[in-house]
Design a protein around this ligand. Structure first.
Ligand code: F0G
Length: 446
């Protein structure tokens, strides 16, 4: 089957010609070797460093951009309905006439959470990426990366995952008519995420007991077997994810917050957000930057440790946390993440599982659910305010990366016996017993 994308039959699927000439470039200062967009390498063959997708944005008129983006919201074209491709001037790696592989991702709400804000000590809004087609922020990166896989004529895509990347890749690969193979740690990802990947037709290989091990083994085989690797070391993933910055700022009428906070695992998302901010500033859409904050779980915090100790290199750890999505001990994107924090005068924090679940409970009081990893961002904010590293009352946006139903078991497991005794009542189908139970419930709200 030929998976090369054909010229789209409908005009509204088409992307315009770009004035730019994109290329891949090694991020290492002093190397900066360039590669064509269709290069096989995900890493620099000269020095082994990560690659960026680079563009010449000099022809872009910053003044008209935000208007064009706004106008597209009224259009029903699939590229305009997508919260990634609506900002396509920032993604000119896609040739004119390409049909993108999209599920109308992005377009997620920015919601004020006053109770949680009070709990954390800041003025807080959350950008809920759980409202994406497969329930996590990964869909933003996947539409870009699977579109690139289609442009290259790839037939089999692969990733190692703590669950969300695999669910997202499986969905977008299915849509593109590609085979998906996912490597996950054995018994260590939530049933909901596993079910998603299986339902979308992926082959799931369960191996080892952590992400890092699965990722290392997969990387050894991708080139040999010609698999298209979609982990976040693939620079096209980060291109899609960077558009979250446009959505957030547009939703705030382009008022830049003081801080933008994300949880960190493999550190792809913070890297992409940093790149998005840098490009928006370079083009002239914004003239101020938020300070980026990345929050790791205490049992999987090698990036935090590196920064806190002033070390030059990351030292991998055996990851341990109940926030399974960020249970990663050897984050591949740490150099890009460091670049993002330096560029935005950013911060890194580390929080315990206890603090993560307290933050999750605080969000629940605002009617907002998320998976545990996502709540790390909110836990980190409270910790930074308490230690005086973030100003009391600062204007903060926290990214919630995954949907509450991604990990339902943990929500029940984490409730105390007292809470469950009040909330989960087993009542016999007897009207008097039911009345007594309801009376006790009414006393609770008195
Ligand atoms: N939050 C959630 C819900 C995630 O699934 C992940 C990563 C992160 C945060 C961290 O993002 O890796 O870009 O720093 N999940 C990957 C996966 C690793 O396989 O689903 P990151």
């Amino acid at each position: 089957m030929d998976l090369r994308v054909q010229k789209a039959p409908r005009e509204d699927h088409e992307l315009p010609d770009s004035m730019t000439s994109p290329f891949l470039q090694c991020i290492e200062q002093g190397c900066e070797r360039r590669y064509p967009l269709d290069a096989k390498e995900h890493l620099c063959s000269a020095c082994g460093a990560l690659l960026d997708v680079r563009y010449d944005f000099s022809q872009i008129d910053a003044k008209s951009l935000s208007k064009v983006w706004q106008q597209r919201k009224m259009s029903s074209a699939i590229t305009d309905q997508s919260g990634v491709w609506r900002f396509r001037e920032l993604l000119p790696f896609v040739p004119a006439g390409t049909q993108v592989i999209s599920l109308s991702e992005g377009r997620t709400p920015l919601v004020e959470v006053n109770r949680t804000g009070e709990w954390a000590g800041v003025q807080l809004s959350i950008k809920h990426q759980g409202n994406n087609p497969t329930g996590s922020f990964k869909d933003l990166g996947m539409t870009a990366c699977i579109t690139q896989a289609a442009i290259l004529g790839s037939r089999v895509t692969a990733c190692a995952s703590t669950g969300n990347t695999s669910a997202s890749m499986a969905a977008y690969a299915a849509r593109a008519g590609m085979k998906a193979v996912v490597f996950v740690p054995f018994g260590k990802i939530s049933t909901a995420k596993l079910a998603q990947a299986l339902e979308f037709g992926a082959v799931v290989i369960e191996m080892g007991d952590n992400f890092d091990q699965a990722f290392r083994m997969l990387r050894d085989l991708t080139d040999e077997l010609g698999l298209y690797l979609v982990n976040s070391l693939n620079p096209f993933r980060l291109e899609g994810q960077k558009t979250i910055v446009c959505e957030i700022l547009e939703q705030r009428d382009w008022r830049v917050p003081d801080y933008l906070v994300l949880p960190g695992g493999n550190l792809g998302n913070v890297s992409s957000v940093g790149k998005g901010l840098q490009e928006l500033q370079q083009i002239g859409v914004i003239d101020k930057l938020p300070r980026l904050v990345v929050v790791q779980a205490e049992g999987a915090n090698p990036f935090f440790t590196m920064i806190a100790t002033g070390a030059d290199e990351i030292v991998p750890v055996q990851p341990r946390t109940e926030a399974s999505a960020i249970r990663i001990g050897n984050p591949v994107n740490w150099k890009k993440a460091l670049r993002a924090l330096r560029f935005t005068d950013g911060l890194c924090e580390s929080v315990s599982d206890e603090q993560i679940f307290e933050a999750k409970a605080a969000l629940a009081k605002d009617g907002v659910g998320c998976e545990p990893a996502s709540a790390a961002s909110v836990a980190g904010i409270q910790k930074l305010v308490q230690s005086g590293k973030m100003e009391d009352g600062a204007d903060v946006v926290a990214v919630l990366t995954g949907h509450q139903l991604k990990d339902p078991e943990i929500s029940i497991k984490r409730r105390s016996e007292r809470e469950l005794a009040q909330q989960r009542l087993h009542v016999e189908p007897d009207i008097d017993k039911l009345r007594a139970a309801l009376e006790s419930v009414m006393l609770q709200s008195a």
